[in-house]
Write a new protein. Structure first.
Lengths: 448, 373
C-alpha cells in the first residue's frame, strides 16, 4: 500500500519536472515554427528554403521600401525567403528590442538595421562583413561612415542611408509675406512669428516652427545642431573633453527655450519626428526641422504641402553656418544567424547601388554611395541631394565614439538637461553647469 | 465568532494530543501530505525562487546587459547609488550692499543658495530631487540617483490616488449593477470594455486624446468651451503628467475593481437585508452596518490586487512619458535596456520586490485576510 503511494508520488514528480523542462524549452520551439507551414505547402523547395529576417525601421515609407527590396531579392534568388520585421519608431525602443535578441543569442533575426551611434556598442554581436564581400564595395561609400562602422578592423555594418537635419520651409508662405528663407536662428524666429501671426486669423492651429522636443535621442540631435551652429562644441569633443558648459551653448539653448509656446506649440516638448511631421503634413507649420525622409512623404497625394515647400540647411548662429546632426542607418548581420552567408548577401543587396538608388528615388533616403549624388534619376526625385551635398558630408557626429559604451547614458543626461530648460524648470546656465558635473562623474573625462 | 471558537477548540485538542506522540496512522498521513506537497514546492522553487535568487545575485554585480563583458562583484554599490538621500538646509542669499535677504525682482520671492553648491559631492555627488519649506527654513532633498527617488515617489503617489479613486468609483458602479434593472446583463458586459482593451493600446488612445493641439479631444473640448487660450501640453508639463497617468489607470481598471466588488456583493444573502428592513434600518444604515462589513474580504482582495498591480505600473508610463518621467518599473526598464546596466536594474527590481512585499504584508495584517473569519 505504502509502496504504491511512493510510486505515485515519484511518477507525479517526474511528470511535473518534465512539464517544467518542456515549458522552459518552449520559446526555442516557437522560433522554428514559421518554417513548418511553408514546408507543408512546397515540399520540393523545402530542403533549400532559407528564411532571412530583416529587422527594419518603419518611419515614413521605410517599411514598404524595405519590403519592396525583399521582393526584388527573392525574385532573383530562389529558395530564399526574406521576411521584414517591423520595429519601433523610437530609437530607444528599437535598441531595447535588439538587445533582447542579443541577450538570448537568438537566431530569429538575421539582419539588423542599426543606428549610426551603435556600431561601437554592439559590435560584439555582428559578423565582419569584409569577409562576406563588403570589402570590394566599401570604397564606394562615404569614407567617414565606413570608418564609423569599422570596429577593430572589422566592418560591422554596411551603410544603408545617411541622414542630416534639414530645415523644411513653405515656399508659398514665404512668398505671401515677402520673406527669404532664414539664414540665422534670429531670421527664423522673426519669419516664423510674422507668418504665424498672419495665418492665425484663418487657421487657429497654425504654428511657426515645429521640431523634435520630446525627451529622447531626437532632442539630442536637435540641440546638438543649435549648439554646433552657435560655435558651442559637440557636448564632448572627439578627444574626450567635456565642452558643454560654455556661453555659446547656453545662449542658444536659452533662445530655443523661448520658442516653446511662442513660435512653436507648447506640445513641441512631446514631439518626435513623426509627431512634428504630422503638424507639417497637415499644412499647420511654416517651418520644420526634420530628416530627409520627410521630403518624400510631404510630396505624397494626401499632403497639404505638396509642391509648396523646399528644404535648406538649418539656420546658423554665431558659427556663421548651420550645422546638421549626422544620422543614418546601417545593415548588420547577427553573429547568431543560422545562415550568415545568405544574410550578408541580403544585407549587401539592400545596401547595393541598386537598393540605395531605389530607396533614394522612391523615398528620398540619402544614399551613402557617393556617385549616386550625381545620378540623374536620383536628383530628379530629390533635387536637394545635389544642392545640399555639403550639408550631408559635413554633418556633425554625436559624441558616440568618444563616450562608447556609455553614449546612451551621456545622451540621456544631455537631453534631460535641455528638456528641463525647454520646460522652463531651469536656466541653461544652471542646467549645463550641473550637466558638466554629471558627465564628469559618468565618463571620468575632464571639463574644458 | 462561532467558527473561531471551533478552530481554537480543535487546535487545543491537537496540541494536547501531541506530547503523547502521534498515532501511526497520523504519522503516515503527515508523511504522505509532505510527499504530496513536494512537487508543488519543487515547481515553486524552480519558477519563483530560482529567478528571484538570480536577480538578487545580479544586483550585487556590475553586469552589462547583452554583452560578453566580464562581470565583477561590487557588493552593495548599486543599492548605495539608488538609495543614498541627503537633506540639508538652504540659506537665503544676502544682498551684499544692504545685508538683507535678496528678493528675486521677477517673482518677488526670496532667493536661496543653489542646491548645486550646497549638496555634498563626495564620495559621489548628490543631485537635487526636490525642495520644501518647513518652519520658515528652506530644505533641499538630494540623492545620488534623483531619477530613482523621483520614480519611487511618482509610483507611490500614483498607486495611492489611483487605487483610492478606483475603489470609490468601483464600489459605486458595483452597487448600481448589483441592483435589478432592465438590460443589467448587457450593462455589466459594457462596463468591462475599458478593462478588456490592451493597456498599451489604451495608453496610445489617451495619448491622442491628450494631444497638445486641437487634434486632442481634451484640448478641443476646452478650446470650444473657451476655457484655455492656448492648448495644454498635458504630457510635457510636470503638473499634468501624474494626473494624466492616474486618469488613464482609473479609466482602465475601475471596471476590474467593480467586478471584484460585485462578486462580493452577490454572495450576500437577501434575508439579512429583509431582516434589517423589518427592524427599521434605513438604506444608509444597512449599507454601513451590513454591506460594508460583509464586503470587507472582497474589498481586501480587490485592494491587494490593485495596489500590487499599481506599484508595478509600467506600460502607461513607458508609452506616454518615456524618459521624461519614470515609474519604478519604467526606470528599471531604462536602466536595463537603455543603459544596459543589468546589475543596477536588478537592484531596482529587488527594491520593487521588497516594497511590494511590504505593502502585501501590511494589507494582510490590516485587513485580516489571513484569519478565517
Amino acid at each position: 500500500m505504502l509502496k504504491t503511494k511512493w510510486m505515485f508520488c515519484l511518477v507525479l514528480i517526474l511528470a511535473l519536472a518534465l512539464v517544467a523542462v518542456v515549458g522552459c524549452d518552449a520559446p526555442e520551439e516557437e522560433v522554428d515554427e514559421p518554417d513548418e507551414p511553408e514546408e507543408v505547402e512546397e515540399p520540393e523547395e523545402a530542403v533549400d528554403d532559407v528564411v532571412i529576417t530583416v529587422a527594419a525601421g518603419a518611419v515614413g515609407m521605410e517599411l514598404e521600401l524595405t519590403r519592396d527590396l525583399a521582393e526584388m531579392y527573392m525574385a532573383e534568388n530562389e529558395g530564399v525567403t526574406v521576411e521584414v520585421l517591423d520595429t519601433p519608431d523610437m530609437v530607444e525602443d528599437r535598441l531595447g528590442l535588439y538587445l533582447q535578441f542579443f541577450e538570448a543569442g537568438s537566431s530569429e533575426v538575421d539582419v539588423f538595421q542599426i543606428d549610426v551611434i551603435w556600431p561601437g556598442d554592439l559590435s560584439e554581436h555582428f559578423i565582419d562583413l569584409n569577409q562576406y564581400g563588403a570589402a570590394e564595395v566599401a570604397d564606394d561609400h562615404f569614407p567617414a561612415i565606413i570608418e564609423n562602422n569599422t570596429v577593430d578592423g572589422e566592418l560591422v555594418g554596411i551603410p544603408w542611408f545617411t541622414d542630416a537635419g534639414l530645415l523644411y520651409y513653405r515656399t508659398d508662405l514665404l512668398e505671401k509675406y515677402d520673406l527669404d528663407p532664414p539664414e540665422t536662428w534670429d531670421d527664423l524666429e522673426e519669419a516664423a512669428q510674422i507668418i504665424q501671426d498672419g495665418e492665425r486669423a484663418e487657421n487657429p492651429d497654425f504654428w511657426g516652427f515645429v521640431w523634435q522636443g520630446r525627451a529622447y535621442e531626437g532632442l539630442t540631435c536637435d540641440a546638438l545642431e543649435w549648439i554646433a551652429s552657435n560655435d558651442g562644441g559637440t557636448i564632448i569633443s572627439p578627444e574626450g573633453v567635456i565642452t558643454i558648459n560654455n556661453p555659446n551653448a547656453i545662449e542658444i539653448v536659452d533662445q530655443a527655450a523661448g520658442w516653446v509656446g511662442t513660435i512653436s506649440p507648447e506640445g513641441v516638448t512631446t514631439m518626435a519626428e513623426e509627431e512634428s511631421r504630422a503638424v507639417w503634413h497637415a499644412g499647420n507649420a511654416a517651418f520644420m526641422r526634420n530628416w530627409p525622409y520627410a521630403y518624400a512623404t510631404s510630396q505624397e497625394e494626401d499632403s497639404a504641402v505638396k509642391d509648396l515647400f523646399d528644404v535648406s540647411p538649418l539656420p546658423a548662429g554665431k558659427a556663421g553656418s548651420g550645422a546638421a546632426t549626422l544620422g543614418g542607418w546601417q545593415l548588420a548581420v547577427s553573429k547568431y544567424s543560422e545562415n550568415p552567408e545568405v544574410a550578408a548577401d541580403v544585407a549587401l543587396f539592400m545596401a547595393s547601388r541598386e537598393g540605395q538608388k531605389y530607396r533614394a528615388v522612391e523615398g528620398t533616403f540619402n544614399p551613402t554611395i557617393m556617385d549616386l549624388y550625381e545620378d540623374e534619376e536620383v536628383l530628379e526625385a530629390a533635387p536637394f541631394f545635389g544642392s545640399l551635398y555639403d550639408v550631408f558630408i559635413n554633418a556633425v557626429a554625436r559624441p558616440s565614439t568618444a563616450t562608447a559604451p556609455q553614449y546612451a547614458a551621456v545622451s540621456e543626461l544631455f537631453y534631460n538637461a535641455v528638456y528641463s530648460v525647454l520646460l522652463g524648470e531651469a536656466t541653461a546656465a544652471d542646467a549645463f553647469e550641473e550637466l558638466e558635473l554629471d558627465l564628469m562623474d559618468l565618463t571620468g573625462f575632464d571639463a574644458e | 465568532m462561532g467558527s473561531n471558537n471551533d478552530s481554537t477548540v480543535t487546535k487545543k485538542k491537537a496540541s494536547s494530543r501531541k506530547p503523547k506522540g502521534l498515532s501511526n496512522l497520523a504519522k503516515r498521513e503527515e508523511r504522505l501530505a509532505l510527499r504530496l506537497l513536494l512537487p508543488a514546492l519543487l515547481i515553486i522553487a524552480l519558477i519563483a525562487f530560482y529567478p528571484l535568487a538570480q536577480v538578487f545575485y545580479t544586483s550585487f554585480t556590475d553586469r552589462v546587459f547583452a554583452s560578453g563583458q566580464e562581470t565583477n562583484f561590487i557588493g552593495f554599490d548599486n543599492y548605495r547609488r539608488l538609495l543614498s538621500v541627503h537633506v540639508t538646509t538652504l540659506d537665503p542669499v544676502l544682498d551684499e550692499a544692504t545685508g538683507e535677504i535678496m528678493i528675486d525682482p521677477d517673482t518677488g520671492k526670496e532667493v536661496y543658495e543653489r542646491p548645486l553648491d550646497v549638496l555634498p559631492r563626495e564620495p559621489s555627488r548628490f543631485r537635487e530631487v526636490n525642495q520644501f519649506s518647513l518652519f520658515g527654513n528652506r530644505y533641499v532633498i538630494g540623492a545620488t540617483d534623483p531619477s530613482f527617488i523621483q520614480s519611487v515617489s511618482n509610483t507611490v503617489v500614483f498607486t495611492v490616488v489611483s487605487v483610492f479613486l478606483e475603489l470609490a468609483l468601483g464600489l459605486a458602479i458595483a452597487l448600481v449593477v448589483n441592483s435589478k434593472f432592465r438590460f443589467r446583463g448587457s450593462m455589466r458586459a459594457a462596463m468591462l470594455v475599458p478593462w478588456a482593451v490592451i493597456t498599451v493600446v489604451s495608453a496610445r488612445m489617451w495619448e491622442w486624446m491628450l494631444a497638445p493641439s486641437r487634434v486632442g479631444m481634451f484640448n478641443a473640448l476646452f478650446d470650444w468651451m473657451g476655457a484655455i487660450d492656448s492648448p495644454i501640453a498635458f504630457l510635457a508639463a510636470g503638473t499634468y503628467q501624474l494626473p494624466a497617468m492616474i486618469a488613464v489607470d482609473v479609466w482602465k481598471t475601475t471596471p476590474f475593481m467593480a467586478l471584484l466588488l460585485l462578486a462580493g456583493l452577490q454572495t450576500m444573502p437577501e434575508d439579512i437585508f429583509e431582516a434589517a428592513e423589518i427592524d427599521g434600518a434605513g438604506k444608509i444604515r444597512q449599507f454601513v452596518t451590513i454591506t460594508l462589513p460583509l464586503l470587507k474580504p472582497a474589498m481586501a482582495v480587490a485592494l491587494i490586487f490593485r495596489t500590487l498591480d499599481a506599484l508595478r505600473v509600467f506600460d502607461i508610463f513607458q508609452v506616454m512619458l518615456g524618459q521624461a518621467q519614470y515609474s519604478m518599473a519604467s526606470y528599471n526598464y531604462f536602466q536595463l535596456i537603455g543603459n544596459r546596466a543589468m546589475g543596477l536594474a536588478s537592484a531596482i527590481g529587488v527594491i520593487i520586490f521588497i516594497l511590494i512585499f511590504g505593502f502585501a504584508i501590511a494589507y494582510i495584517k490590516m485587513l485580516g485576510v489571513d484569519r478565517n473569519e
